[in-house]
Design a protein around this ligand. Structure first.
Ligand code: VAH
Length: 315
């Protein structure tokens, strides 16, 4: 059987996508590629490579007769601002390598964009699928540019590359990383471990969010949709739950009554202010049946239950 390659396999999305793909397609049919981050005790086919090295990618694709690639390698919004040239190199040259190899080997490719592709001039409520995209982070610029590159490769070479604009993803397997939306992960980690959390955005900050299980199911559903159903070739809007930071804190307090949240906005507030509050995902619903299952209460319950088990904390 031809194999699936997941690059960025040990990041927030990859750490949860790989086990689901292994379960669905068999552990011997999924190749997990990491670079600097490799999960200890990982069970499966493992390759270490830099997505900026096209030769390394090519040899992996040929070695395993890869047919499908989930290309997840990316520096996120906050870490991406440290050195924009490195962010452009990793996010864009890594993507172009995969697209070029996709044409060469007739691959089917998934690549995540983000609501970070939008900017302060984008309508922030019920953000349309087709609208103004003027991102103000280098991460957002690479997502906007990457969307254009994916659509170009589909038009020019008929490459079957598919994409969604992930909102903030809330998950528990990996600790909060370099993202602006990661306050919504850190509040669970710190809240459960210490009973306190210092939030880096204002209490009334609204951002579109999604529980990881919805993101993973939606990603695989998109990849399994019939080719003729895919009408959007830059990147589909998908949405689940939008809430204020203080609404999340209030929901979490139902599980941790003694939780104390202090709000101390920092420069990440400026990034959050540039992103939408709610997203119109009607085209994804119409074209390939996208729908989410986790609302705020169900997501909060799942995060608390999984992290209590992970940390060995009694309820
Ligand atoms: C970030 N978690 O905060 C990412 C995401 C929509 C934001 O792309 O940078």
């Amino acid at each position: 059987m031809k194999k699936i390659l997941v690059t960025g396999a040990f990041g927030q999305i990859g750490s949860e996508l790989v086990p689901v793909l292994q379960e669905k397609f068999g552990i011997d049919n999924v190749v997990a590629m990491g670079h600097q981050t490799i999960a200890e005790g990982f069970d499966g086919i493992l390759e270490r490579a830099d997505a900026r090295n096209k030769e390394s990618l090519s040899s992996i694709i040929k070695k395993y007769n890869v047919e499908t690639v989930y290309h997840l390698v990316s520096l996120l919004s906050v870490k991406g601002e440290i050195d924009p040239s490195v962010t452009w190199d990793i996010n864009m040259n890594g993507l172009k390598n995969i697209l070029d190899l996709g044409v060469e080997h007739k691959l089917k490719i998934f690549w995540p964009s983000s609501i970070a592709a939008f900017g302060p001039s984008t309508p922030r409520d019920n953000t349309p699928q087709h609208t103004i995209l003027e991102p103000t982070t280098i991460y957002g610029v690479t997502k906007y540019a990457g969307e254009g590159l994916c659509r170009y490769y589909n038009i020019k070479y008929r490459l079957d590359v598919r994409s969604v604009r992930y909102p903030g993803i809330i998950s528990w397997k990996t600790p909060p990383g370099g993202g602006t939306t990661d306050y919504a992960v850190a509040i669970f980690y710190d809240g459960l471990k210490t009973g306190k959390y210092k939030c880096f955005v204002k209490p009334d900050t609204v951002l579109p969010m999604m529980y990881i299980d919805d993101a993973i199911k939606g990603t695989i559903d998109l990849m399994e949709a019939p080719l003729e159903n895919i009408k959007v070739r830059n990147s589909y809007n998908i949405a689940a739950i939008s809430f204020e930071a203080q609404e999340l804190a209030k929901e979490l307090k139902k599980h941790i009554p003694h939780l104390v949240v202090i709000y101390d906005p920092d420069k990440r507030q400026l990034i959050a202010n540039s992103w939408p509050k709610t997203i119109d995902d009607s085209e994804a619903k119409k074209d390939w049946g996208w729908k989410h299952e986790y609302d705020l209460a169900k997501m909060t319950r799942a995060m608390v239950e999984n992290l209590r088990r992970e940390f060995g904390i009694k309820s």
